[in-house]
Write a protein that binds this ligand. Structure first.
Ligand code: CDP
Ligand code: MG
Length: 138
């Protein structure tokens, strides 16, 4: 069974979308195996978004993701990475299909409510950045 890291970003938490978003993953049949509310450090945020470190939006992105509490969770299931990315929708909410989380809840590229790992290797790295092994209940 595959694992993936989901973040409900600070905008999603501030808008009280946490319950609705978790409900969608549970409804789909994916299992939450780790869950916490935390404010990530600048170092954790920079590590999480390392692939974007040379992008012009990187500093704003790190500033935003550290601006308040987010919900971090590990979900597990068959093809969890691909299934959850399809549920999340395109990063640009203008292109995100209705029925996806971003397509239903987001209108701005930076404030797009949620993150999901883009591969099993990214998931492993991103989970290790935010969780200790004993925090996962498998
Ligand atoms: O989040 P996802 O993997 O779908 O998209 P990404 O292309 O890996 O970008 C990561 C995050 O950076 C996005 O979710 C946006 O929040 C942010 N971003 C941004 O603020 N401005 C951009 N031009 C592109 C991405
Ligand atoms: Mg990405």
């Amino acid at each position: 069974m595959e694992k993936t890291l989901i973040l409900i970003k600070p905008d999603g938490v501030a808008r009280s979308l946490t319950g609705k978003i978790i409900h969608r993953f549970e409804q789909r049949g994916l299992n939450v195996v780790a869950l916490k509310l935390l404010t990530v450090s600048k170092a954790q945020a920079a590590a999480h978004y390392d692939e974007h470190k040379n992008q012009p939006f990187f500093e704003n992105l790190v500033g935003f993701i550290t601006s308040g509490p987010l919900v971090a969770m590990v979900i597990k299931g068959e093809n969890a990475v691909k299934v959850s990315r399809a549920m999340i929708g395109s990063a640009n909410p203008a292109e995100a299909q209705p029925g996806t989380i971003r397509g239903d809840f987001a209108t701005a590229l930076q404030y797009n409510v949620i993150h999901g790992s883009d591969s099993a290797a990214s998931a492993e790295r991103e989970i290790a950045n935010l969780f200790k092994p004993h925090e996962l209940f498998e």
